[in-house]
Design a protein around this ligand. Structure first.
Ligand SMILES: *Cc1c(COP(=O)(O)O)cnc(C)c1O
Length: 341
């Protein structure tokens, strides 16, 4: 896997010429992809390819001039260096701002333009984070996020996990990584050994389309699961990428087949430069109504939106029947035992 920075390097690798209308987009938002993920693009029809759309810029990124870069108020909810706490028992650690690929729908797109150099968590920051957890034993779970946490070396990851799990009240580590999708060879045997010996570790990955489940990606997930690490998946509902019910049905079905639990399906957050991927909540509900009668509950994720201003996640449910129809069926067919009437 080689990281390619900039449209020219990527177009060169793909053997295409750069469309001129993408140059301005690249000026506003950098472009980065890697040879593994790019190799999954269907060369016969790249422009409509769900993999292309996730890593290649689109002119609509520039239309979104009035939205916020941080609608979820992550910056205000920062309680220690790199640590965001919105909920009672868990907090998010931004372990690095580096990524092997820039997903165009990234909800932390603000980190791309901050002008800050790429940086990983430093020893003194890690110590301050551990101090925070010692002072707040009600926080039981840390979500290690980024950037891509697996841009850190195995030795660094080991050190971070050891520091965190030295806090007795910290029971659960949720490692959020797209590496199984964008960089499967990163899930090497040494890393799997480090992760499987960390107590309370769950691996949360991020497949958005069944086409991303290549043999290599499946092998990466299998090596985690076989080492006893539970793997869950979050999907973002993306217009033009995966907003077809049949596509998500297939994705969720294929994930449970490899013992990866579909955990969340998120509606796109109203982040600047990202909103052209939004489908609307109604579309998400339609997809849930399609999927629920067809899929095992193991395969059904929770559909959720993140409220603005750090209000938290709200889940949206759909059932086999719509509410009114269900009520009628229930009232006409279900007979209570007399004692209950
Ligand atoms: C999403 C999120 C979490 C995790 O919430 P879950 O519902 O447990 O997945 C924790 N902290 C922050 C700030 C979040 O945005």
């Amino acid at each position: 896997m080689k990281i390619l920075n900039g449209l020219d390097a990527i177009a060169d690798y793909l053997g295409i010429s750069v469309p001129e209308n993408l140059r301005a987009v690249e000026k506003a938002y950098p472009v980065r992809a890697n040879t593994y993920y790019l190799s999954q693009i269907d060369r016969n029809d790249p422009w409509n390819d769900p993999i292309w759309k996730q890593c290649m810029p689109h002119p609509d990124e520039l239309l979104d001039y009035d939205a916020s870069f941080d609608p979820l108020s992550e910056q205000e909810q920062t309680v220690a260096p790199r640590l965001i706490r919105r909920f009672y028992d868990r907090a998010v650690l931004l372990s690095t701002n580096r990524c092997p690929m820039l997903c165009r729908f990234c909800f932390r797109k603000r980190q791309w333009r901050s002008g800050e150099p790429e940086q990983d968590i430093a020893d003194n920051e890690l110590a301050a984070v551990c101090d925070y957890f010692r002072a707040h034993p009600e926080v039981k779970e840390i979500l290690i996020s980024g950037g891509e946490p697996l841009m850190l070396s195995n030795a660094r990851i080991k050190k971070i996990l050891e520091a965190l799990t030295s806090v007795p009240s910290l029971e659960i580590v949720r490692l959020g990584s797209r590496a199984p999708v964008t960089w499967p060879e990163r899930i090497d045997a040494e890393l799997v050994g480090i992760l499987s010996s960390c107590r309370g570790l769950w691996f949360a990955t991020h497949f958005n389309h069944p086409r991303e489940l290549s043999d290599a990606a499946i092998a990466a997930c299998t090596s985690l699961v076989s080492a006893g690490i539970p793997v869950v998946n979050q999907t973002v509902l993306l217009r033009g990428v995966n907003d077809q019910p049949e596509v998500l049905e297939e994705l969720f079905r294929r994930l449970i087949r490899i013992r990866v639990k579909p955990h969340y399906l998120f509606h796109v957050d109203p982040v600047k430069g990202v909103r052209h991927f939004a489908t609307g909540i109604a579309r998400g509900r339609e997809i849930l109504r399609y999927c629920r009668p067809r899929l095992s509950s193991l395969a059904m994720p929770t559909f959720a939106i993140d409220l603005p201003e750090g209000g938290g996640k709200v889940s949206i449910q759909e059932n086999y029947f719509d509410g009114e129809k269900f009520e009628t069926i229930f009232n006409t067919r279900v007979k209570y035992p007399e004692a209950l009437e």
